[in-house]
Write a protein that binds this ligand. Structure first.
Ligand code: UDX
Length: 437
């Protein structure tokens, strides 16, 4: 099939290369000339496992192209809208300006029978509004809302082997042909054994927001338990293992630590609260305020623990932060707990050096006041405290003895509960973690 992908950020770039991998002819479109220049030249604009290989394969095959011109979408049968929906400045609500611009820009190139597929995470009610607009601007084009559940760091794998497909369709006769077209895009082997649900627009939009809210709630639940463990001397990791064995609960997303960040969970729960307020259903989501508050408290807790481990004051102390990305296998620093804690530590008088294998360039752009060092050993030199905040495998496998030889004081805070307390204590470290004695 001929496909256009509007928006080549984390979601769109991965979607475009994955669709080319499936054998479709794909054009990826974005207003960012630098990004399109990179993609067209075969350079992945961000770190994502497998993206460089699929990009090279798609470009070489001739099935994948990139452009800054919306006109290049003309002639495609299916158009995926993958632009971002960031949090509005100073507000909880989502900023829909990129979605609106994408639909307005695309409309003149649509012909009757085209299918427009919304993949961006939007407030419930957006798809119905956009479908109405399409009826006026591009008669005969049909909108399907098809949320994407990919995780950064696993984005290609999640796109090529999804857990499920959700299609939000209009309540009219055009729905059947649109479903068939999307089925053809996601044909075997992608669709083999993958459940598919066809629902109304509002349900499709809510599936995404509800899933992210549930994941955020799971993380904040275990972080709340970590607070209670800290007050009572219990061990949150053992607690998570034990409750996770109940399959109704499940062990995944119960890792206590410095909490969740990234471009999705924090802003999605806030946008969800804002939207529920507009709908008069704000009471239903007041618990998400607490989910957010617990999450932010963990960042402050790490700062407080670092101050304590440094003897009560951070003035004149050298602190090394291991990790800048919001999670491993990503160079994304949007709302990164690691950088937020690092900035707070620096504000309180510490000299902070941040190291990360992939995210330093992005981190420098957002927090120019911090010090950065790519080589872990260099970053550790002379540290009075080491704080592990992103669990890259190179930090999980650090040797306590060799690390100890580099630092000024053997103080470590394990903000992700991934190190072996016994091994670090045996090497003379003052070891502290989140919710573990
Ligand atoms: C998330 C959803 O998982 C994905 O389905 C959706 O499409 C987009 O948002 P992503 O933001 O890529 O994906 O990362 P995810 O793996 O969910 O991690 C989010 C944050 O939670 C990270 O900062 C991570 O470190 C943190 N986390 C995750 C925990 O603190 N504890 C856990 O147990 C799991």
């Amino acid at each position: 099939m001929r496909i256009s992908v509007i928006g080549c950020g984390y979601l769109g770039a991965v979607h475009a290369v994955s669709m080319a991998k499936l054998g479709h002819d794909v054009v990826g479109i974005d207003v960012d000339t630098a990004r399109i220049g990179d993609l067209a030249a075969g350079r992945a604009p961000f770190f994502e496992p497998r993206l460089p290989d699929l990009l090279a394969e798609g470009l070489t095959s001739g099935r994948l192209e990139f452009s800054t011109e919306m006109a290049r979408a003309a002639g495609a049968d299916v158009h995926f809208v993958c632009v971002g929906t960031p949090q509005r400045k100073g507000e909880y609500a989502a900023d829909l300006r990129y979605v609106d611009a994408a639909f307005a820009g695309l409309a003149p190139y649509l012909v009757s029978g085209n299918v427009v597929v919304g993949k961006s995470t939007v407030p419930v009610g957006t798809a119905a509004r956009l479908a109405d607009q399409l009826t006026d601007d591009a008669p005969g084009a049909v909108l399907v809302w098809n949320p994407e559940f990919l995780r950064e760091g696993h984005a290609v794998q999640d796109t090529l082997s999804p857990d499920r497909f959700v299609y939000g369709v209009p309540d009219n006769a055009a729905a059947a042909a649109a479903v068939a077209a999307l089925d053809e895009v996601y044909a075997a082997p992608l669709s083999t054994g993958t459940p598919r649900m066809v629902v109304d627009y509002a349900t499709a939009e809510l599936v995404k927001t509800a899933a992210n809210s549930f994941l955020a709630t799971k993380i904040s639940f275990i972080n709340a338990m970590a607070e209670v463990c800290e007050a009572s001397g219990a061990d949150v990791t053992a607690l998570a293992d034990a409750i996770g064995m109940d399959e109704r609960i499940g062990r995944s997303f119960l890792n206590a630590g410095v909490g969740f960040g990234g471009g999705c969970l924090p802003k999605d729960i806030r946008a969800f609260m804002a939207r529920a307020g507009e709908l008069g259903a704000d009471q239903a989501l007041t618990f998400l305020r607490e989910v957010d508050a617990i999450n932010m408290r963990r960042r402050s807790k790490v700062v407080e623990m670092t101050r304590e481990i440094c003897g009560g004051s951070l003035l004149g102390k050298r602190v090394t932060i291991l990790g800048a990305a919001f999670k491993p296998e990503s160079d994304d620093v949007r709302d990164s707990p690691a950088l937020s804690a690092a900035a707070q530590l620096q504000l309180q008088g510490a000299t902070v050096t941040v190291t990360d294998p992939e995210a330093l360039q992005n981190a420098k752009g957002r927090f120019p006041e911090l010090n950065y060092e790519l080589v872990t050993e260099n970053a550790l030199l002379g540290a009075h405290a080491v704080v592990l905040l992103t669990e890259w495998k190179e930090y999980r496998s650090l040797d306590p003895e060799a690390t100890g030889a580099l630092v000024a004081d053997r103080n470590i805070i394990d903000g992700r509960n991934v190190l072996d307390p016994a091994a670090w204590r045996a090497a003379g470290w003052n070891y502290r973690s989140m919710g573990r004695p």
